[in-house]
Design a protein around this ligand. Structure first.
Ligand code: GDP
Length: 362
């Protein structure tokens, strides 16, 4: 599955966010194939299009697509030198595909800040330095290994080592690889190292209820993110935790009272999805209307493979109706009558919202 690791200093609101994300979660019974570890939450992608499709198809079951969030607690200054449970946490981050970096942007005298002062810039630097130093360690080990291969005349190794040699000083200064100006070729060259500071990253600015406007802490996070070209999602984790406890009706009332169109969590989940370059396609049968996740640019057989590897292996054709056509023409038959039902082959690039039925050989 696709996942996003939640990192940040202690006491910034990571667990509060994680708990809110998992409480608002789905019935685990619908996803029996997922083993859920305590620090892994499977979170449904909020998608109003599922309701619109269901209104037409009237299925027995509706299943959203999901994303995993991983709570990576315990990242502290010195983690890259093995302080705290440093190495374990860094290994956890390495397994995630994207990073949600929670930054404390709220004052609360009852909640101790690790360095006794709310200072988003210093906090972000502390975490980024640990991640950069962990990558530096990876680079130095690889440099030694590659140096031997280069002596043996390995050209590939020489090219890879050249990239590592170039980024070494950047990391040594505590700067993330994101800002080292690597081009696509160079990124490919170092892909297998799984560098932490190359992972797509967003900042979750954890603000107080009244902290969305005129909040100097939030301004700082926005400024840093702008320098890095990163996304910021301001959210009040405390309120989200409360919203997550409510049933549907209470939630709707609470959101209306707060003047919110949707829970802030939905913005977090969507931002994570976008960060990973993901998109959704649908299957819409009377048994089940379901959303599925594929990477942007995925072909029809790749999309089929998300359902089952046999669908990919035996792929013949995809019957496709664009989402807007499906809705405006009131379903598959209407789309067929209007000439909007297409048969696509193995090179078809799936578009966000496509309603697809796969034909395949078993
Ligand atoms: P973690 O160590 O990063 O996982 O932090 P926690 O989620 O355990 O939060 C630390 C403390 O901050 C808890 O007492 C939370 O109730 C409190 N907290 C979290 N988010 C907010 C917030 O948005 N506003 C305020 N005032 N307190 C918060």
């Amino acid at each position: 599955g696709f996942n996003c690791g939640i990192v940040g200093l202690p006491n910034v609101g990571k667990s509060t966010l994680f708990n809110a994300l998992t409480k608002s979660g789905i019935d685990a019974e619908n996803f029996p194939f997922c083993t859920i570890e305590p620090n892994v939450g499977i979170v449904p992608m909020p998608d109003p299009r599922l309701d619109a499709l269901s209104a037409i198809v009237k299925p027995q079951k509706v299943l959203p697509t999901t994303m995993e969030f991983v709570d990576i607690a315990g990242l502290v200054a010195g983690a890259s030198r093995g302080e705290g449970l440093g190495n374990k946490f860094l290994a956890n981050i390495r397994e995630t595909q994207a990073i949600a970096h929670v930054v404390r942007c709220f004052d609360n005298d009852n909640v101790i800040h690790v360095s006794n002062e709310v200072d988003p810039r210093a906090d972000i630097e502390t975490i980024n330095i640990e991640l950069a130093l962990a990558d530096l360690d990876t680079v130095e080990k690889a440099q030694q290994r590659l140096a031997r291969a280069v002596k043996g005349g390995d050209k590939d190794a020489a090219a890879t080592k050249a990239v590592l040699d170039r980024v070494h000083p950047h990391l040594a200064e505590g700067q993330p690889l994101r800002s080292a100006g690597l081009d696509d070729d160079e990124k490919n060259q170092v892909k297998s190292f799984g560098f932490l500071t190359l992972k797509p990253t967003m900042y979750i600015a954890n603000v107080n209820e009244d902290g969305f406007d005129d909040n100097p802490y939030l301004d700082v996070v926005n400024a840093i993110a702008a320098e890095e070209g990163a996304v910021v999602v301001p959210v009040c984790n405390q309120i989200e935790a409360e919203i997550a406890e409510l049933d549907d009706e209470e939630r709707a009332m609470f959101l209306a009272e707060m003047g919110m169109a949707e829970p802030g969590l939905d913005r977090v989940i969507r931002a994570g999805y976008a960060l990973l370059g993901l998109q959704t396609y649908f299957t819409a049968g009377v048994k089940e209307v379901r959303a599925w996740t594929v990477r942007e640019g995925a072909t029809a057989p790749e999309a089929a493979g998300v359902i089952h590897s046999d669908f990919q292996k035996g792929f013949i054709r995809a019957e496709v109706v664009a989402y807007d056509d499906f809705i405006s023409l009131n379903g598959e038959q209407g789309a067929k009558d209007a000439g909007k039902w297409r048969l696509e082959g193995k090179d078809y690039i799936v578009k966000d919202g496509d309603v697809i039925h796969f034909r395949f050989n078993v």
